[in-house]
Design a protein around this ligand. Structure first.
Ligand SMILES: Cc1cc2nc3c(=O)[nH]c(=O)nc-3n(C[C@H](O)[C@H](O)[C@H](O)COP(=O)(O)OP(=O)(O)OC[C@H]3O[C@@H](n4cnc5c(N)ncnc54)[C@H](O)[C@@H]3O)c2cc1C
Length: 404
């Protein structure tokens, strides 16, 4: 079996990988990206890119091609719905954001990075020998080997790279399932220009809906092991009764396991030795599941850390952990109730929308939020978020002691 020797191997060809690859290629490092699927590949995602993520793409890769967008091509903001039947619509700061078609946006970004991409090639394991890392992969059943100075795991929530260096990690975090079904619409009063999210303990941890390519997506997220069909049916009934949404039976559906959570409680995994972890594999996920902007930024920082470590001849983990602290703070702040109340960590103004309500509705919304985050008995992490926030002052950094 022949062995390909390069500077860096990146596992995964998503947005975190594209950003890391861009930094490495720009610095002149020979970089190979391994992607287990055939490209362009499907990626389950609502595709609502934050303004920050959009700026990153524009600055690093240029304007998005038309095929990288769904219909409607943009999203104006989010509408939060509460059991008390108050709905709060918030526009994103600075205007609409693109509605990405991940199959094509990610393919475009990885091509624009300039890295060499080996698709249909699955990462299966690695051996860190100190001065180099041997990577074992498989293409259509055939074993392959790579030798690299550094390896970057940008392989998403169920990362094999994380498992290769921390075999017990998957057992140490809670796992969720998110599933979405696509419906042809009979009648839908929900504004198609907004992403809709329900803070409702009777519906699930994560309940959303939005328009895409003439259909309505109805999505549910819950602790792994529950019944997708039942949870989804419950939401469809609720939308019909409470919002007058009338839908045909779903035409398509899809779902996946998700590591929602590490960023809520500042429990990231950044790697070991010459192996770095980034993007959602590292635990980056903003509030209400917005993960593309932090995937892009953490990926770029990861690439920069490798470049810097080589230039300065410093241990790469030390470099990465120091450089990633700002992105950790930004992401974990999104979940911090004190920050939400006083520091506008999001891309839409929740406190202003709340204050625009009459005092009676405001009190109802706060009561519903409290019930959702703190009292929801299945949502034990809600209590951890509140506890984590109370332990953290409004200024200062998050403790690095809990990072792997
Ligand atoms: C239902 C849903 C809706 C979402 N909606 C939004 C949204 O509206 N806005 C938003 O910003 N975020 C959203 N997210 C989150 C967002 O999709 C992710 O946070 C983001 O894609 C993470 O990017 P990444 O590059 O870290 O990983 P990924 O995009 O997951 O990319 C990882 C890549 O690694 C590849 N891979 C995995 N294992 C291997 C292996 N062993 N060998 C080789 N390749 C491998 C995968 O095939 C994949 O291409 C949503 C997520 C879900 C599930």
């Amino acid at each position: 079996m022949s062995m390909r020797t390069v500077d860096v191997v990146i596992v995964g060809a998503g947005l975190a990988a594209a950003a890391a690859a861009k930094r490495l290629v720009d610095a002149g490092l020979e970089t190979v990206v391994l992607e287990r699927k055939e490209l362009p590949r499907h990626k389950i995602c609502s595709g609502i890119l934050s303004r920050r993520g959009h700026r990153f793409l524009l600055e690093n890769f240029g304007p998005l091609p038309r095929e990288a967008l769904h219909e409607p091509t943009s999203c104006r903001g989010v509408t939060f719905h509460f059991p008390c039947m108050v709905s709060m619509t918030m526009d994103f700061f600075g205007g609409s954001t693109p509605h990405l078609h991940r199959k094509y946006s990610d393919y475009w970004a990885i091509k624009m990075s300039g890295a060499e991409v080996h698709d249909r090639t699955s990462f299966v394991g690695l051996e860190d020998r100190g001065d180099k890392v041997l990577v074992h992969a498989r293409r259509q059943g055939e074993p392959l080997a790579y030798c690299a100075r550094h390896v970057i795991g940008a392989d998403g929530p169920s990362s094999q790279t994380v498992r290769a260096i921390y075999p017990d990690y998957p057992q140490s975090i809670p796992w969720f399932f998110v599933g979405q079904k696509f419906h042809d619409i009979i009648d839908c009063p929900l504004d198609p220009q907004y992403f809709h999210f329900w803070f409702h303990p009777g519906l699930g941890h994560y309940t959303w809906s939005h328009a895409r390519d003439g259909r309505l997506i109805v999505g549910v997220g819950f602790k792994r092991g529950d019944n997708f069909a039942k949870k989804h049916e419950n939401v469809v009934d609720y939308l019909a009764q409470k919002h007058g949404v009338r839908l045909h039976p779903h035409a398509d559906d899809e779902g996946c396991g998700e590591n929602f959570g590490p960023s809520l409680i500042n429990r990231y995994v950044f790697g070991k030795g010459n192996v770095l972890i980034t993007g959602q594999a590292a635990g980056f996920l903003n509030m209400i599941g917005e993960g593309m902007s932090c995937a892009l930024h953490s990926g770029a920082i990861c690439g920069e850390a490798v470049v810097e470590a080589r230039l300065r001849n410093r241990p790469v983990q030390e470099m990465y952990r120091r450089m990633i602290a700002s992105e950790v703070r930004r992401t974990s702040d999104q979940w911090n109730p004190l920050k939400i109340a006083f520091a506008r960590p999001h891309e839409a103004d929740f406190p202003a929308a709340l204050m625009a309500l009459g005092w009676r509705d405001r009190a109802r919304v706060l009561r519903d939020l409290w019930r959702f985050v703190v009292l929801y008995k299945e949502f034990k992490w809600g209590r951890q978020i509140v506890r984590a926030a109370m332990q953290r002052p409004l200024i200062g950094g998050y403790s690095m002691r809990r990072w792997l």
